[in-house]
Ligand binder design. Structure first.
Ligand SMILES: *[C@@H]1O[C@H](CO)[C@@H](O)[C@H](O)[C@H]1NC(C)=O
Length: 200
């Protein structure tokens, strides 16, 4: 009654359906896994845990463009004041990176920027540098052309020596030349410890 071919076909169908059932089962397992992992991640969101692969960056990792930072505090060479505060600058200025003191400052993220974590924090490694209206090229021209009148030192805010330079007409020429050399070798700098303004 059952031919050899029918039995063989039956086995093949049986084999096929059993595997189909397995595949369907595996697929639903996978879907369940995915949905449960999504559920845990959304739970993590609501409990405010930082997800490193999430869309939000930590506020403290934002670049400076997104922050409003205080200026470095000037302790004016008062070591105890700096130790009390924990940060700040003893001195300002310096030409090379190694000469410049670095400090922490308080930064706040701009209100419209979305990020994770505290929006106000301290950022380290800010240089103790400030700029005022002192331009190197202008001062050099003053020194070259009007050095015998002490104009360069007047402009740098070194009024005392400027008056001396004016009264001696630039040290009868010697001080005039010495100051040009000092200026070029960066030993004659603004009195207020500001750096040369690079934004001409
Ligand atoms: C240095 O700062 C401390 C703490 O602010 C202050 O008590 C002290 O008078 C200051 N010293 C000088 C020399 O200004």
């Amino acid at each position: 009654m059952f031919s050899y071919r029918t039995i063989c076909m039956g086995f093949i169908l049986l084999y096929y359906f059993s595997h189909l059932a397995e595949a369907v089962q595996a697929r639903s397992d996978r879907e369940q896994q995915v949905s449960s992992s999504l559920a845990t991640s959304s739970r993590a969101d609501s409990s405010n845990v930082y997800r490193i692969w999430g869309p939000k960056v930590l506020c403290s990792l934002l670049p400076d463009d997104f922050l409003e930072c205080n200026k470095p505090i000037d302790h004016k060479d008062n070591r105890t004041a700096k130790e009390e505060k924990g940060y700040g600058c003893l001195k300002f200025g310096g030409l090379n990176y190694e000469d410049v003191e670095h400090t922490k400052v308080h930064c706040t993220v701009f209100p419209d920027i979305d990020c994770h974590g505290p929006r106000t924090f301290q950022r380290d490694g800010v240089p103790c540098i400030r700029y005022s209206e002192h331009y190197f090229l202008t001062t050099l021209l003053y020194s070259l052309l009007l050095g015998f009148l002490g104009m360069d030192r007047f402009c740098l805010g070194q009024t005392g020596t400027a008056v001396g330079k004016l009264l001696t007409l630039g040290g009868v020429g010697v001080w005039w030349i010495v100051d040009i050399i000092l200026l070029i070798t960066n030993r004659l700098t603004p009195e207020d410890d500001s750096n040369w303004n690079p934004y001409v």
